[in-house]
Ligand binder design. Structure first.
Ligand code: PGA
Length: 257
């Protein structure tokens, strides 16, 4: 069975003081839950918090990662951060291709392809995000869009053991609308099929595919109960320790069942 990964994407939230308090609370709550040692827990704070967070999580099982990276190793790219700089912080994961990067910052698949290779080439794990807009879904184009986001970015040269995919329908992010468990499972199945044609079935079966888009304690268990949903990428709910740990608890319960 694939080990679940529950990842929190903090986006542009949290000061240092808030972050320390949140981590302390999450850690305490995790200590009181059964089965959480069978779940990978990751938080992805803004760049400025990575160094202090390395310290704050040092004695806890919580891993930390970055929300984005620049594809070049160094150079005149004002405002950007390279993967080597991220490695200096001790972080283990980097999110690439989040729909906010696609929609608000105009980044495209060719860039994500380079970012994915920069991250995995440096030995870190990439969480590569895909997902259709509402217009894509209503136009019956979900499969086509997601297949393209996969095929144009993920090739057989990407080390599969450093790859996590996140399916995040754009219409479900921060909107309170969640894909139904069946809708999510259907797309996760397509993504797994795409991975099987890029790599092979055994490799595809090892890669974790997370669901993201308004994941909350109330819908986590049902989503995580689907055969191809191996975890969650959580936005809003990860900023509230009670909610984030309840989602982790749902993943732990699945492992214990
Ligand atoms: P949300 O965000 O949980 O607030 O919908 C998910 C994400 O953007 O990763």
């Amino acid at each position: 069975m694939r080990r679940p990964l529950i990842a929190g994407n903090w986006k542009m939230h949290m000061t240092l003081a808030d972050a320390r308090a949140l981590i302390k609370d999450i850690d305490q709550r995790l200590g009181q839950l059964d089965g959480t040692s069978d779940v990978d827990v990751l938080i992805c704070p803004p760049f400025t918090l990575l160094f202090p967070i390395a310290k704050a999580v040092a004695d806890s099982p919580i891993m930390f990662g970055a929300q984005d990276v620049h594809e070049e190793s160094q150079g005149a790219f004002t405002g950007e951060v390279s993967v080597e700089m991220l490695k200096d912080t001790g972080c283990t994961h980097v999110i690439v291709g989040h729909s906010e990067r696609r929609q608000l910052f105009g980044e495209k698949n060719d860039r994500f392809a380079r970012k994915v290779r920069a991250v995995t080439g440096a030995g870190l794990t990439v969480i590569y995000c895909v997902g259709e807009t509402l217009a894509d879904r209503e136009g019956g184009k979900t499969r086509q869009v997601v297949d393209r986001q996969m095929s144009e970015v993920i090739g057989p040269d990407v080390p599969a053991d450093r790859l996590v995919v996140a399916y995040e329908p754009v219409w479900a992010i921060g909107t309170g609308k969640t894909a139904t468990a069946d809708q999510a499972q259907e797309v996760h199945g397509w993504i797994r099929g795409n991975l099987a044609s890029t790599f092979d079935q055994a490799t595809a079966d090892r890669i974790r595919i997370l669901y993201g888009g308004s994941v909350k304690p109330v819908n986590a268990a049902e989503l995580l109960g689907q055969g191809d949903i191996d975890g969650a990428l959580v936005g809003g709910a990860c900023l509230v320790s009670e909610d984030f740990t309840a989602i982790i608890a749902a993943a732990a319960a699945r492992q214990l069942a």
